[in-house]
Design a binder for this molecule. Structure first.
Ligand SMILES: Cc1cc2nc3c(=O)[nH]c(=O)nc-3n(C[C@H](O)[C@H](O)[C@H](O)COP(=O)(O)OP(=O)(O)OC[C@H]3O[C@@H](n4cnc5c(N)ncnc54)[C@H](O)[C@@H]3O)c2cc1C
Length: 384
């Protein structure tokens, strides 16, 4: 399938990642999701080839490239039917650690993250503080030797693999606005006082979600990341990267769906000619194809702006919005093209539709991307 112009280097990344993901295969990936098993082997294979640590600075074992390079990894794995949602949170905590971590925190975590031997979880969402992060109630209080953290988080991905958790906790309150002053902490996942419970979901994805509890979890002074009270600012510095990564995952899913849909439509014949000759089947796939070209361009543009260290807020929100909308549309049309087989495990499409659908909710809500344009691009004010 023709895709937007890529440099020689970008093509090399896509080819190498594509080979690793194809060797693992969509069938195995989907089976792991259905069985609640992990895809550590795929993660390790990508890590060994240097693709997990692609954005981590060379001095910490990575190859020091930009988010554009990581986004190719996300796109190509998804385009081979292996959408790696666990890399979405990865893009946030790695960005935060690179930008705001102390030298000691970087030395402790980044080499293991680069070679795939360590993973983290990122914990911000709470039952009463979803979209409104300012309402976070998990508290970190000063002790003689550091901090004591208490509270709970939910929908935290990947705790089963995490050696550490990047936690957003309240360390004070703004006396004027009453809003929580939030700070960031790196907490060992096995610290006494931490427990978790699995949230059963209807997603059939290898990445599991948990409720996470902190009961008087004591950490040292050095656990705080960056400056006290600036937690949200630091998290926001990772969110544009995350949006670009989600857009790339969605673009990969769209490529997979269009590819599978068109292949089936060319082969399947129930009247005189292949079903792809019926415009009711052909046009939606053709529309998805045309939309994909512009979605890829927008994601590429957002990552170039981000990697040039310019303000990528609008571009990364647009990229995420159109890519997520397209991925559910493309998978829906691929399912329709397959008729009854659209529901068959053998064809593995319905299971991917759910993964695409999640991208409208998490990590970035569709409504909040639209709020961004309404407020910042159109100056229409804020309702919340
Ligand atoms: C698969 C999955 C993985 C996740 N992984 C993580 C993780 O690793 N770490 C983590 O911290 N969290 C994680 N989350 C949580 C996710 O980020 C939240 O679900 C998300 O922030 C929304 O919060 P909420 O579910 O409380 O929805 P709510 O905040 O209750 O929102 C409900 C609906 O109202 C809409 N809404 C809310 N406010 C506004 C507004 N002002 N204007 C317009 N619409 C609005 C929202 O867009 C949404 O559609 C994950 C969630 C899922 C489903």
């Amino acid at each position: 399938m023709p895709i937007v112009e890529r440099t020689e280097e970008e093509r090399m990344i896509l080819d190498a990642v594509g080979q690793i993901a194809a060797d693992y295969g969509p069938t195995r990936f989907a089976q792991a999701g259905r069985a609640g098993e992990d895809t550590t082997e795929l993660w390790n294979n990508l890590a060994r080839a240097g693709f997990i640590g692609i954005t981590i600075p060379e001095e910490f074992g990575g190859s020091g490239q930009g988010v554009g390079a990581l986004s190719l990894v996300l796109e190509e794995t998804a385009a081979r039917g292996c959408p790696m949602m666990n890399m979405v949170a990865f893009s946030v905590y790695v960005t935060v650690l690179i930008k705001h971590g102390s030298e000691a925190q970087k030395r402790q975590w980044l080499p293991g993250l680069a070679d795939g031997t360590k993973r983290l979880a990122f914990a911000v969402t709470e039952p009463n503080a979803g979209t409104n992060t300012h309402k976070v109630q998990t508290r970190a209080e000063r002790t003689e030797s550091g901090w004591k953290i208490s509270g709970s988080k939910y929908y935290i991905t990947g705790l089963e693999h995490a050696s550490g958790i990047l936690v957003v906790a309240k360390t004070g309150e703004d006396p004027v606005t009453g809003r929580g002053k939030l700070s960031l902490f790196m907490v060992p996942a096995d610290a006494p006082g931490i427990s978790k419970s699995l949230i059963p979901t209807d997603m059939r994805s290898p990445d599991l979600q948990y409720t996470l509890f902190f009961e008087d979890v004591c950490v040292g002074e050095d656990a705080i990341v960056g400056k006290e009270g600036e937690g949200l600012k630091m998290v926001f510095s990772g969110l544009n990267a995350e949006r670009i990564i989600v857009a790339s995952l969605c673009n990969g899913l769209s490529r997979y769906a269009i590819d599978r849909g068109a292949a089936y439509a060319r082969e399947r014949s129930v009247w005189k000619a292949p079903i792809g000759t019926h415009q009711a089947i052909a046009h939606p796939l053709a529309e998805a194809y045309a939309r994909l070209q512009s979605s890829l361009l927008m994601t590429q543009r957002a990552s170039r702006i981000y990697d040039a260290d310019e303000d990528a807020g609008e571009a990364s929100n647009i990229a995420k919005l159109i890519a997520a909308d397209l991925a559910t549309f493309a998978l829906d049309r691929a399912i329709q093209t397959h008729g009854g087989n659209g529901m068959a495990q053998e064809y593995g499409l319905a299971v991917l539709w759910i993964i695409a659908r999640v991208q409208h909710i998490a990590p970035v809500r569709r409504e909040m991307t639209l709020n961004y344009f309404a407020q910042n691009s159109l100056d229409l004010g804020k309702s919340y």
